[in-house]
Design a protein around this ligand. Sequence first.
Ligand code: GLY
Length: 350
Amino acid sequence: MKKLSRRDFFKKGLITGAGIAILSKFNFLQGKEIDRKKGGPVVIASRNGLKATQKAMELLKKGVDPLDAVIAGVNLVENDPNDLGVGYGGLPNEEGIVELDASVMHGPTHNAGGVASLRNIKNPSKVAKLVMERTDHVLLVGEGALRFAKAHGFKEENLLTDRAREIWLRWKETLSDRDDWFPPKEVEKELEEVFHHGTINCLAIDSKGNIAGVTTTSGLPFKIPGRVGDSPIIGAGLYVDNDVGAAGSTGRGEANLLNCGSFTVVEFMRKGYSPEEACLKTLERIAYTTKKQPYLLDRKGRPKFSLTFYALNKKGEFGAASMWSGAKFAVHDGTKNRLIECAYLFKREK
Ligand code: GLY
């Protein structure tokens, strides 16, 4: 049986995801489905967030603070054992241990909190909110984050489900042909698919125009222990400016970290770009800076990885854009909860 290294899997996943594509200058979709009632609340999320947008909208309509609303929304996904990229049931690090990252940001107070490499606690988004509210810090990591969570009464539990453990075991068994682990047959497809899972971002504006957001993830599958992605980093995986709007991300965290993506999206909106344009312009910048990392480029010089930004502005307009075509995002505009296609920088061809 052919053995694949971790890097082979990564590359294979990226190449499969990217396919052969045609460069297209900004593929706009904005305006097609924006039917927000003036002044009403809006919630958006990544593709895995339909139940989060539903829950958050229900709470916003009852007058709940937008940060509490989006956290309650993503808690449903953190608690879902079937989501392999978030909370309980998320894929573990290379040692088989689940490590979670999350951040929250609250527009009205311009305050934020985050946790990174947090083990054994199912709802890192709730801990991130406590970091924001009950400390003078913004980010706690690892053992310190766990102790902080326990001090606030969070109970430790095993986050590794049998399904996630079995996927991790398949990965480990196929890592090298120079070790003593033997994989079963027919594993490559399953392993390719796991690289497409991961992370939820959820953003909301309430009827008063207050904005908040949350991003939560189990991070890159089989990462080096201690690896922190973009999700818990304010300015990368999440950013909110109550005067302007909010942005968040899913996808390759390292590319986002190197470009402060969510902050950049909000700054583009400040200059007058629509949420969708701001996401696309940020992706364009990331595609440009990635040219200095040739191993991440396809033969035509385009980034092989997936990365998606989600944004909404002070008027309640929203948009999302992805490096490659085919992505979707969740929107609840107060009347309808549904998935909408993201704009994209590069068109994927089958
Ligand atoms: N965007 C999630 C991560 O890279 O960890």
